[in-house]
Ligand binder design. Structure first.
Ligand SMILES: Cc1cc2nc3c(=O)[nH]c(=O)nc-3n(C[C@H](O)[C@H](O)[C@H](O)COP(=O)(O)OP(=O)(O)OC[C@H]3O[C@@H](n4cnc5c(N)ncnc54)[C@H](O)[C@@H]3O)c2cc1C
Length: 390
């Protein structure tokens, strides 16, 4: 089989890229390791920047989001028992974010690819990339025990943190930067109305907590936890008690609890691999970088990578020029590092760091007090939260 762009990974990065390329008349084939049901069952991000919302409209997958997504004009930060509002819209000249689950974005993208006869091959094994430093790269894989070869002009590595693409760049070329945080997030999804119509980020002595949501009857809550925690030791009752103990009293009193429909622990890390390209291979999304979820940047960064990468492919197939392809890594990395800084800063601001006691705690407290007292500080937070321009 032959295609123009072989896309490894059928998560949001890979599907969005294939949808954009299709609309510009560029062929692609998506190879996905898992089944479609598995991909659609993953509970992940939920806050979309305006840039991603606009992209989804442009590529004709925005209809359901328009109907079911919730526009949020701000969020709260709770500190020392009091909630402080960050008015995103007032601070950014009218911008906002959209609450619409990554699961739904992925479902909409799959549906669009199906309607346009896009080729997404799922449940593939042993994906391997070959001759990436030549003009004739190819990909081999197995499907149902049979071996296949996919010839292409380019390979887009959209296969997440544990994929094969990043590891296909020789180690003497690839540089990795990483910070692992000494805690994780224990998350619960429940079919209960959210405690607030907007997100609440809670800083407390017992640790961070986040009150988030997917829709009017689907709430997503998180508490910071030790990396040694076992999710099986967390009954629903224990989770709700722990969450309530970290919220302001009036908020805890109005929290509606119910049985969890998903419960998991995710570690927090910041990670960037450089460069994002090697020969005919281009990395995008979690294959190249990971942010801690504080600040809701993971999915949004994947989308901005795909914006730059798709522009580069469109230039190449439209004009034969490789200018944007050769600049892709530098261009995308500039925005990636800014989102890294922002997610790291929000993580440091809101979590309890056991080693911080003393000076570190006072710095954190002062940083928060400064934020609540300074419009300039809030503006900086707001412009990063709604998303820096592409
Ligand atoms: C548990 C969890 C919670 C998260 N919560 C948030 C959040 O609250 N807010 C936020 O902004 N971000 C969050 N994120 C991050 C966000 O979900 C990711 O940034 C986003 O999914 C990136 O999309 P992607 O397509 O680049 O990667 P992925 O979504 O990881 O997709 C990669 C795809 O490649 C496939 N694949 C992997 N290896 C291979 C292979 N060898 N061959 C073929 N296919 C392969 C995978 O099965 C997967 O479908 C979370 C991530 C996780 C893991």
């Amino acid at each position: 089989m032959r295609t123009q762009v072989a896309i490894i990974g059928g998560g949001p990065s890979g599907l969005l890229l294939s949808q954009i390329l299709h609309l510009k008349g560029i062929q692609s084939v998506v190879l996905e390791r898992k089944s479609r049901n598995y991909v659609l069952g993953r509970i992940r991000a939920g806050v979309l920047e305006q840039g991603l919302v606009d992209m989804l409209h442009v590529v004709k997958v925005g209809k359901r989001m328009e109907k079911e997504g919730q526009i949020h004009h701000g969020f709260d930060i709770a500190f020392q028992g009091k909630r402080h509002q960050i008015d995103l819209t007032a601070l950014t000249n009218g911008k906002s974010v959209m609450v619409y689950g990554q699961t739904e974005v992925t479902r909409d993208l799959y549906e669009a690819r199906d309607q346009m006869n896009g080729v997404v091959i799922d449940e593939v094994d042993d994906v391997s990339l070959h001759k990436l430093d030549t003009a004739t790269p190819f990909v081999t894989y197995k499907k149902a025990g049979e071996n296949f070869r996919l010839d292409c002009d380019f390979v887009a590595g959209c296969d997440g943190f544990h994929g094969v693409s990043r590891g296909s760049i020789p180690s003497h070329i690839l540089k990795e930067y990483e910070k692992v945080y000494p805690f994780g997030w224990l998350g619960v999804l429940s079919e209960t109305p959210p405690v607030s119509h907007e997100l609440i980020y809670n800083q407390s002595d017992k640790g961070f907590a986040l009150c988030s949501m997917r829709n009017a009857n689907l709430s997503r809550y998180y508490v910071q936890c030790s990396l040694e925690e076992d999710v099986n030791n967390w009954s629903d009752d224990r989770f709700w008690e722990e969450l309530k103990s970290r919220l302001p009293k009036e908020t805890a009193e109005t929290l509606i609890t119910g049985p969890s429909i998903e419960k998991s622990i995710a570690p927090l890390r910041s990670f960037v691999a450089e460069p994002l390209s090697y020969g005919r291979l281009f990395l995008a999304g979690d294959a190249a970088h990971i942010v801690p979820p504080t600040g809701a940047k993971g999915l949004n960064l994947a989308a901005s990578d795909i914006h730059y990468l798709s522009e580069a492919f469109i230039e190449f197939y439209g004009t034969g020029r490789e200018t944007k392809l050769s600049q892709y890594s530098d261009t995308a990395l500039k925005r990636i590092w800014k989102a890294m800084r922002f997610s790291w800063w929000m993580t440091m601001l809101l979590h309890h760091f056991p080693e911080n006691e003393g000076f570190g705690d006072r710095m954190q407290q002062t940083d928060l007090e400064y934020l609540f007292s300074s419009k300039a500080a809030q503006t900086s937070l707001a412009e990063n939260y709604v998303g820096l321009p592409y």
